[in-house]
Design a protein around this ligand. Structure first.
Ligand SMILES: Cc1cc2nc3c(=O)[nH]c(=O)nc-3n(C[C@H](O)[C@H](O)[C@H](O)COP(=O)(O)O)c2cc1C
Length: 191
């Protein structure tokens, strides 16, 4: 495990999501966040369209996001108690990173599904880079990504709010690795 590339592979093979309720301070600092964004920019990106961007929610901005989450919850008929729970999701994680997709639907060379594949790769690389630096994170969305006020708060014209990555220090080591399907389920010979 001395070689840095072996350590990188180990990080890829051990990442698992850590929900906001298990994330504590410290969150990643500016440099660590830049490393996550640099990793996201290594996602395969046909024609270099960069079909995503990130918006950092931290410090006092978390309270604004909490209010938006509460409003979105109330607008879909959730109770005040449920709205409080939703609001708390924005307050808990030391850093929340909104993921915003910028899909060019009219692109002549790169169809939308290839651009979405890049967005997925970017999210994954971002999370792996968080994990490799000792942080926990989880990608979250929910119906609130489609709430008009929430969308308006994050997106410019033509953009899609994908969701939020909650980031912080895990409050405990994972009790056990969550089992995944076997590689043989997805890796087959084509003849
Ligand atoms: C775009 C996107 C949105 C997601 N939204 C949610 C969500 O709202 N709630 C949730 O429990 N999991 C959501 N997930 C799944 C989790 O982030 C996570 O991947 C899943 O719980 C599996 O855990 P693992 O990452 O440890 O394998 C989302 C994943 C993606 C890629």
């Amino acid at each position: 495990m001395d070689h840095p590339l072996i350590a990188a592979l180990e990080a890829l093979l051990t990442r698992q999501s850590v929900g906001a309720k298990h994330l504590i301070e410290p969150g990643p600092d500016d440099e660590q966040l830049r490393t996550m964004a640099d990793a996201a920019l290594r996602a395969p990106d046909h024609a270099g369209l960069m079909p995503f961007r990130f918006a950092l929610v931290r410090g006092a901005a978390r309270e604004r996001l909490a209010q938006l989450f509460a409003q979105a919850a109330r607008d879909v008929g959730k109770s005040d108690a449920e709205a409080l729970v939703d609001a708390d999701r924005a307050r808990r994680a030391p850093v929340t990173v909104a993921v915003i997709a910028r899909i060019d639907l009219g692109h002549t060379l790169v169809p939308a599904h290839e651009q979405w594949a890049c967005v997925g790769g970017a999210i994954t690389n971002f999370l792996n880079a968080a994990h490799a630096q000792g942080f926990g994170g989880k990608m979250l969305s929910g119906a609130k990504v489609r709430h008009a006020a929430v969308q308006a708060a994050f997106c410019e014209s033509g953009e899609t709010l994908v969701g939020w990555i909650a980031l912080g220090t895990p409050d405990r080591s994972p009790a056990r690795a969550v089992a995944k399907p076997r590689a043989a389920d997805v890796l087959r010979e084509w003849t």
